[in-house]
Design a protein around this ligand. Structure first.
Ligand code: NOJ
Length: 548
């Protein structure tokens, strides 16, 4: 590991500013609110903070629709606040990474305003405009990720523009070298301020198939994911910008395979440091994410094995269970009732002992859970609201839709951070933009800090172990007990020895394979969530790591 690869030994904490901590009582989290909590984050031990977008935005998609890349949204504070946050984070030896959303902008971005004015406007080619088909239909049959067609007709010029996400999120045209240059300049603007890198939103969508073919059942993804020029664009970005700074980069990449990931993250290719894969997050869906199913642990294990093996010694990966788009992991793969604390710790062990850079999403370190709002009106996120309308028309019942929202909705992750048991979980003294999860009375940071057995201190321990044991960063991954439906067991191996990790994903006591049992018998425990570890089997939701 060379010294520029500090991100290999780092743990990243994701802050969703809107829901983190409100200091000006407008019900929306803000940057001064983040500054107030830096000591809390330092106590947890994380090395890097990733801020979801705080740029000026009409907030159609909570800031993933940017109107001005060089300005902080009034909702969150001023540029001076952000600079102060950076300074205060650095003072505490933590780094700060910004979200870079450059597959699309807001339709209120001045580039788009210009671009829509006329076909010969100098900014016309900053976006993807096309004529409709001869029959007047949109240029392709692609549907948008948030529902409805991916093309919007524009009266002024009689052309359609592409929006893979909401109508108010037109896709940028990366074929245009001038656009690319403007993006690189903007990136330099932030890095020159001292920012420590970028999390790049759907960055593998930036190169589209120039033929723009129709997709099967309207699915355009084969023609915009991992497109023909994406590696060229990322190499150029690296050359022009990233290589001149000591920063970390992580590309969000739905639809990327381990083979793709190798190309994106192999240092020889000079593109990105790591990516976010989606495969492990898609296993509890039947195609469409709302068509949820229970997790098949055997498939999850196979999937991690595939990624851990493919990237070892070639590229690098991120490790995550949670972010602002995913339901809470303890409700999803654990048990948010009786075994909430225990299963949250087991899930943490299972993830943090693998190879890669772990990401913790705000509240994960408290074992925060999914939310069950009674009415649709209490939900906020655009994807879920559009989905409800669309599927209702297709004949889904209200009950099934609400159930799908409880299980998969993005708002599960977006309820306010739970700081204490005062009103709104201490997130705001105003009216929160989205209601707090009513369980803040019981699950909150104040409680966690006062309890030495809390999920918080368990994460703290895992973060510390990563600093102390090089095997966690460097070792090879070997899957054990492959066919077992309840136990996720693996080894991390190098020349010096190994770590053996056993995790029980069920509320039952389960047996361990003879061979594994032999290996762990009498061996020292590195970390466990079970007081009586080291018996013949595993207790409910037990997670234990042995040094072999
Ligand atoms: C991925 C982001 O994580 C998500 O929140 C957003 O809606 C889409 N990209 C569009 O920017």
């Amino acid at each position: 590991m060379n010294k520029h690869e500090w991100w290999k030994k780092s743990v990243v904490y994701q802050i969703y500013p809107k829901s983190f901590n409100d200091t000006n009582r407008d019900g929306i989290g803000d940057i001064p609110g983040i500054i107030e909590k830096l000591d809390y984050l330092k106590e947890l031990g994380v090395d890097v903070l990733w801020l979801s977008p705080v740029y000026d935005s009409p907030q159609e998609d909570n800031g993933y629709d940017i109107r001005n890349y060089r300005q902080v949204d009034d909702l969150f504070g001023r540029m001076e606040d952000l600079e102060k946050l950076l300074e205060e984070a650095h003072k505490r030896d933590m780094k700060l990474v910004m979200d870079l959303v450059v597959n699309h902008t807001s339709d209120e971005h001045p580039w788009f305003v210009e671009s829509s004015k006329s076909k010969d406007n100098p900014y016309r080619d900053y976006y993807i405009w096309k004529e409709g088909k001869e029959n007047g239909e949109p240029p392709t049959n692609w549907t948008s990720v948030f529902g409805g067609p991916a093309w919007e007709y524009d009266e002024t010029t009689g052309h359609y523009y592409l929006h893979i996400f909401a109508k108010k999120q037109p896709d940028l045209n990366w074929e245009n070298p001038k656009l690319r240059e403007d993006i690189y300049d903007m990136m330099k603007f932030w890095l020159d301020k001292g920012m420590d890198g970028f999390r790049m939103d759907v960055i593998n969508f930036i190169s589209k198939d120039p033929e723009y073919p129709d997709g099967e059942n309207g699915d355009g993804s084969p023609y915009f994911m991992n497109g023909p020029r994406v590696h060229e664009f990322l190499q150029e970005m690296n050359q022009e910008v990233l290589s001149n700074y000591d920063v970390m980069t992580v590309g969000e990449m739905p639809g990327a395979s381990p083979e793709d990931a190798k190309r994106y993250t192999n240092p020889e290719n000079e593109e990105l440091n790591m990516i976010f894969t989606f495969e492990h997050m898609d296993l509890d869906s039947n195609g469409d994410k709302w068509n949820w199913t229970n997790l098949d642990l055997v498939r999850l294990k196979e999937n991690f094995e595939k990624w851990q093996t493919a990237l070892h010694g070639v590229g690098w990966n991120s490790l995550y269970w949670n972010n602002h788009d995913q339901p809470r992991i303890v409700s999803r793969f654990g048990d948010d009732g009786e075994y909430r604390v225990k299963s949250a710790k087991m899930l943490a062990i299972c993830l943090h002992m693998m190879q890669g850079t772990p990401y913790i999403y705000q509240g994960e370190e408290l074992g925060m859970t999914n939310v069950h709002f009674e009415t649709l009106e209490e939900y906020r996120n655009i994807e879920l609201l559009n989905m409800y309308k669309e599927k209702k028309e297709q004949g889904w019942s209200h009950e099934d839709l609400m159930k799908a929202i409880y299980v998969k909705g993005r708002d599960n992750a977006r309820t306010p951070m739970q700081w204490n048991d005062s009103e709104n979980g201490g997130f705001t003294d105003g009216t929160p933009w989205i209601q707090a999860n009513p369980n803040y009375n019981e699950i909150n940071a104040e409680q966690a800090l006062a309890d030495e057995n809390s999920v918080f201190y368990f994460y703290q321990q895992l973060i510390r172990l990563r600093k102390e044991i090089d095997l966690i960063t460097d070792g090879r991954f070997e899957l054990l007990m492959r066919e077992d439906p309840n136990v996720f067991a693996y080894k991390r191996v190098d020349d010096e020895g190994s770590l053996l990790v056993v995790c029980n994903f069920s509320s039952e006591e389960v047996a361990i394979d003879e061979e594994v049992l032999k290996e762990i018998q009498g061996k020292p425990i590195v970390i466990t969530n079970e007081a009586e570890a080291n018996r013949d089997g595993l207790a409910s939701y037990e997670g234990t790591v042995y040094r072999i």
